[in-house]
Design a binder for this molecule. Structure first.
Ligand code: CIR
Length: 276
């Protein structure tokens, strides 16, 4: 069994999500602009995603979209929340900095204490952070830097903060996530294999690694004993089979193709919380 004493850290009561601004279609940041986002489909996929969060037992608070921030639906990037404490981030791309204020207010309204990064040179996107229950792994990317890692360590002295330099991907979580207690899924591209090597050599905790063929299959969301995964139509039958058999917990397929066109992964559209 993979069960560890950290189980309770992954039992959530609430999730914060955010509406999709119309500006998402044309103005969201995209590594590859060749595929046109279809807003109606994105809205449908978001609605279904929220339904799945509710099925996992969460009360979902959906903040209104802000047209000024085309990427504001990707709420994961604005904070790292562990228990009743949150560290607000300073998103690495300037167009996203303003997203954090609404998240700060929503967290505080729920009784979660927020702290800021204490170093003005810190840059951090939540998509670069994997909290494993044993430690905080932080991708050092084009969006997140060493100053943020060090600052994050001061906000969460109770967990080791381990920095993982990455390149060739947007975020650490674009290619690796904690799929359940003690289990990390990793994608199959060459840059992902580099990440796997670094995780094995630098992580302080002990993990089982599940290797997948496609990078986007590796973004799994672990909620209250369930794993949200992408459907077979998006990740192919072999990765789908690996996830549904090897995780050994119920898996829930969630379509997310419209968000992937803007480099969004399953985890990016929610902040998972334990509200007392
Ligand atoms: C961006 O480039 O910032 C957004 N278009 C995508 C952010 C995805 N965030 C995440 O996976 N945590």
């Amino acid at each position: 069994s993979y069960a560890t004493s950290t189980r309770s850290l992954f039992n959530y009561t609430h999730a914060i999500t955010r509406g999709i601004p119309k500006s998402f279609v044309e103005h969201s940041l995209k590594m590859d602009t060749s595929e046109q986002i279809v807003l109606s489909r994105a809205l449908e996929q978001m609605k279904n995603y929220i339904d799945v969060l509710k099925r996992c037992g969460l009360k979902v608070i959906t903040l209104p979209a802000d047209e000024r921030y085309p990427d504001c639906l990707f709420v994961e990037d604005a904070a790292l929340v562990i228990g009743q404490k949150a560290c607000l981030t300073r998103p690495g791309h300037p167009s996203r900095r303003g997203e954090v204020q609404a998240i700060k207010e929503a967290l505080e309204n729920l009784g979660i204490k927020t702290q800021e990064l204490d170093d003005p040179s810190a840059m951090l996107d939540g998509g670069d952070i994997i909290f494993t229950g044993q430690e905080i792994l932080v991708g050092e990317s084009e969006r997140s830097n060493r100053a943020a890692t060090e600052s994050l360590q001061r906000v969460f002295p109770e967990f080791p903060v381990t920095s993982i330099p990455i390149c060739g991907m947007l975020h650490l979580k674009s290619v690796a996530t904690l799929a359940r207690e003690g289990v990390i899924t990793v994608g199959g591209s060459e840059p992902s294999q580099e990440v796997l090597k670094l995780l094995k050599s630098k992580a302080k905790g002990q993990y089982k690694y599940i290797q997948l063929s496609h990078d986007q299959s590796a973004n799994v969301v672990f909620i209250n004993g369930n794993a949200l995964i992408k459907p077979e139509s998006e990740i192919g039958s072999s990765d789908f089979k690996v996830l549904t058999t090897e995780l050994q917990i119920p898996t829930i397929p969630v379509e997310f193709g419209e968000f992937y066109k803007a480099d969004g992964c399953l985890s990016c559209c929610s902040l998972l919380l334990q509200v007392p």
